[in-house]
Ligand binder design. Structure first.
Ligand SMILES: NC(=O)c1ccc[n+]([C@@H]2O[C@H](COP(=O)([O-])OP(=O)(O)OC[C@H]3O[C@@H](n4cnc5c(N)ncnc54)[C@H](OP(=O)(O)O)[C@@H]3O)[C@@H](O)[C@H]2O)c1
Length: 332
């Protein structure tokens, strides 16, 4: 009988997530059955969607159960396998949740090659967030060279990839991010043409200056004032990939004052959930992996240390304390 540590959902949040919503506890591993794999997690992925799963409000996915392991993506190493495709020592990504280790059906794991790409990147730029950027850009925004595109939460896991992929397609790319340091990174390191600090107090005017020819396609990660400021700048027949509304995940009001521009600029708006397009993942992940291995797609990580640090890191993610992909490292 092997014991391990995990974090469970102890109580559903009301408004902002609090440390009391989580509980660290010891659990016992089940015996390995045929077709199953025992994995030790090296990294946990913390993602904004987890806030939605903590709540019972109507959504595209069912709420996660109370007193169960917080769900989430993981990257780790196979310790033991009763599945033909996996052997001890393989690096795998899966959905083992906020736990040091776990047993799962091998069909739910993906083996990854860490010879050219670090294991952690498979939870970010070469994982779900990278695919989100790739899908929204190529299948909804469909930019052509010379277009101006705008992306909010531009320094984050998804936004940073959107902007770099659009630059590779010859677009002019404008980002929105919180604070001077994140904006400088977005321009200087990621190569965006401009980045507006939404916390500086002049969002509408700064955005208009950064996009003098208007915006042809918008990748919306935030909602609220950022989205509202972008709408009047959208060019006729502009496309909006509605990816996330993180400004409202803790319950803040996301009123849209500039809704009329959706009509007068004849905009196309499409929400999407990246996990509903799994057929495209092999293509997208292969392209992202090649770009990362070739040094053409950069990424940044904020790494919290140890399982017990996960709740605070998650609370920080919803407040913009992370800088790039938020991870928790379990094995130093
Ligand atoms: N549709 C899908 O399938 C799908 C899949 C993955 C992710 N998403 C969505 O994509 C978005 C980005 O996810 P991510 O994983 O890349 O996270 P991330 O950008 O790495 O981290 C979240 C960032 O959001 C920004 N933020 C938080 N609260 C904000 C607020 N009130 N106003 C403005 N910005 C705020 C913060 O950056 P600043 O410091 O710049 O404010 C924070 O760093 C989220 O909305 C997420 O839900 C959707």
């Amino acid at each position: 009988m092997t014991e391990y540590q995990r974090i469970v959902l102890a109580a559903r949040p009301r408004g902002a997530v609090q440390p009391e919503n989580f509980r660290l506890e010891t659990a016992t591993l089940p015996a390995l059955q045929d077709g199953e794999v025992l994995v030790r997690n090296h990294f946990l992925s913390l993602d904004p969607y987890m806030r939605g799963r903590m709540s019972e409000a109507k959504s595209y996915a069912t709420a996660q159960a109370l007193d169960e392991t917080m769900l989430g993506g993981t990257a780790g190493e196979v310790l033991a396998s009763k599945h033909a495709r996996f052997a001890a020592g393989d690096h795998v990504v899966g959905m083992l949740g906020w736990a040091e280790m776990g047993v799962c059906d091998g069909a739910l794991l993906r083996k990854v090659d860490t010879s050219r790409i670090p294991l952690s990147a498979y939870l970010g730029v070469v994982g779900m967030p990278g695919m989100t950027a790739w899908y929204g850009l190529n299948h909804i925004m469909k930019p052509v060279a010379g277009n101006t595109i705008l992306v909010s939460a531009a320094s984050g896991a998804v936004g940073s990839a959107v902007g770099q992929l659009a630059k590779l397609q010859g677009c002019r790319v404008v980002g929105i991010a919180g604070g001077a340091e994140k904006c400088a990174y977005v321009i200087d390191e990621l190569g965006f043409d401009a980045c507006v600090d939404y916390k500086a107090g002049n969002l509408a005017a700064d955005l208009a200056r950064a996009a003098p020819d208007g915006i042809d396609a918008l990748f919306e990660n935030v909602g609220g004032p950022c989205f509202d400021a972008a709408l009047p700048l959208m060019n006729a027949f502009g496309r909006i990939a509605l990816c996330g509304l993180i400004a409202g995940y803790n319950g803040d009001d996301l009123a849209v004052r500039n809704l009329r521009f959706m009509l007068t600029s004849r905009l196309s708006v499409r929400g999407f959930i990246v996990t509903e397009h799994l057929d495209l993942w092999p293509q997208g992940l292969a392209e992202l992996a090649a770009l990362v291995a070739g040094g053409k797609l950069k990424y940044r990580e904020t790494v919290a240390q140890g399982l017990a640090a996960a709740p605070d890191a998650f609370i920080g993610l919803l407040q913009g304390r992370n800088f790039g992909k938020q991870l928790v490292q379990l094995i130093p």
